[in-house]
Design a binder for this molecule. Structure first.
Ligand code: KE4
Length: 425
């Protein structure tokens, strides 16, 4: 028995499903999940000394590649000075200032510990600022696991084919209205049917939790217009797109502004750090300045902030990274398209879909949750294990994204394209 198998057996005795996040159990693709031992650059190494070219990148954070030497050095130095203080630090100010510099919509932000916390808090701020209770989300968008947002959510819920979660009171879900991604008319109808009651529309500006689904031209612009017209806030959930699509995130990429943005993953450089922010007028609602309460023991943790600062500073100093990972994403897209797969891509964020008819090269498009649900999950599973057998780790779910890092070389991308070409259904 290999070490991953042995560890998984042990883990299943004391951790639900043997994992600390459902998608890691490989439920959608079957078989035995591997346990990571270390990672460096574009590679992950498992407990059985297998080496994988990693296109999950810890679900997005590792945009520089794993264990970037400058980031690790800064973190090591920070650890020696203390792991947590529960008191303010200069680095928190520096990180906040850097984010406001990179993302013009952000005049003020609050650091938290996870994307879930960031989105949950941004929704509370929207409700506190507007005095309204309802929110509109999109089927297939995933915004973390706070009760009100676990309704027809993407990511691990779509993977498990359970778009809703047990344990969420109907009363809580009642304030969550469901729209169709890329269908602004579905939002307009909900706003008109709930006049004066909608606090915010929360959206993944490029969706990446039903697989990658890019906004159709005009979709985000119409959300901006509709929310303004109805006195609702527009929240861009940028936990994935933030600092991924561009240094300025989705707004730099799409030219559409939002009232609040949430960040996670890259902003923490791989450490547990996330944030939400927006215009001063709105963020001034947040305690202790205003009446919307939000707090956290480890918010702005000095070690996590150090990792985030080091990561964002490298991205700011080397914005050519974005052109590089976009080019690599384009090469991968071409390889998948040659196999007749439908590919959605935004820079270094992409998904290849096994849509009905993909074998005949008549894959069609994936523009929303319903389209994504029609994919051939069995074919995806066979493809996943083929790639892993070639030493290439893609996300173990059709409804997750592929991430390219700055550590993925031309040769690695070439090898990946060959593996895609070699795959026989
Ligand atoms: P976390 O609480 O997992 O840090 O962030 C929640 C979240 C919020 N918003 C968006 C757009 C997200 O994609 C996420 C989390 N992403 C998933 C991957 N699709 C995390 C992976 C997992 O659940 O294990």
């Amino acid at each position: 028995m290999g070490r991953s198998e042995e560890l998984f057996k042990r883990a299943q005795k004391c951790i639900p499903g043997g994992v600390n996040s459902p998608v890691r159990a490989f439920g959608a693709v079957g078989g035995q999940p591997f346990f990571a031992e270390r990672a460096k650059g574009a590679y992950l190494y498992d407990a059985d000394q297998n080496r994988y070219l990693d296109y999950v990148c810890s679900w997005g954070p590792a945009i520089l590649g794993h264990a970037h030497p400058e980031v690790v050095e800064e973190v090591q130095k920070a650890c020696v000075d203390g792991l947590t203080f529960g008191v303010c630090t200069q680095k928190e100010v520096e990180l906040a200032e850097l984010v406001t510099e990179c993302v013009p919509d952000i005049e003020m932000l609050r650091l938290v510990n996870s994307g879930t916390e960031a989105v949950m808090s941004s929704v509370r701020v929207a409700r506190g600022f507007t005095g309204r209770d309802k929110i509109i989300k999109f089927a297939g968008n995933y915004h973390g696991h706070s009760d009100g947002l676990l309704v027809k959510a993407g990511s691990g819920l779509m993977t498990a084919c359970v778009p809703d979660s047990a344990g969420v009171p109907a009363s809580c879900a009642a304030d969550t209205l469901m729209a169709v991604y890329n269908d602004a008319a579905s939002v307009r109808r909900l706003l008109e049917e709930n006049t004066g009651q909608v606090a915010a529309v929360v959206v993944e500006p490029v969706a990446a939790n039903m697989g990658v689904v890019v906004p159709k031209p005009g979709f985000l612009e119409e959300l901006r217009r509709l929310t303004r017209a109805h006195g609702a806030l527009l929240i861009f959930d940028e936990v994935i797109t933030g600092f991924r699509l561009a240094l300025g995130g989705a707004t730099a990429y799409t030219k559409v502004s939002a009232d609040l943005h949430t960040f996670g993953k890259i902003i923490g450089g791989g450490m547990p750090l996330a944030a939400y922010g927006g215009k001063k007028e709105i963020m001034s609602c947040v305690a202790p300045l205003g009446p919307v309460y939000q707090a956290g023991t480890l918010s702005g943790n000095p070690v996590a902030v150090t990792a985030g600062l080091a990561t964002l500073r490298i991205l700011k100093a080397h914005t050519e990274i974005y052109d590089q990972i976009d080019r690599q994403g384009a090469r991968l897209e071409a390889a998948y398209r040659k196999r007749g797969l439908t590919v959605n891509r935004a820079g270094s964020l992409l998904s290849a879909f096994f849509t009905p008819g993909w074998r005949e090269g008549a894959g069609g498009s994936v523009e929303n949750y319903e389209d994504a649900c029609r994919c051939d999950k069995d074919a995806f599973a066979r493809y996943f294990w083929h790639m892993l057998s070639q030493g290439i780790y893609v996300a173990p779910s059709q409804f997750e994204a592929m991430f390219v890092s700055a550590a993925h070389t031309d040769e690695m991308i070439g090898d990946t394209c060959k593996a895609v070409e070699a795959w026989r259904p």
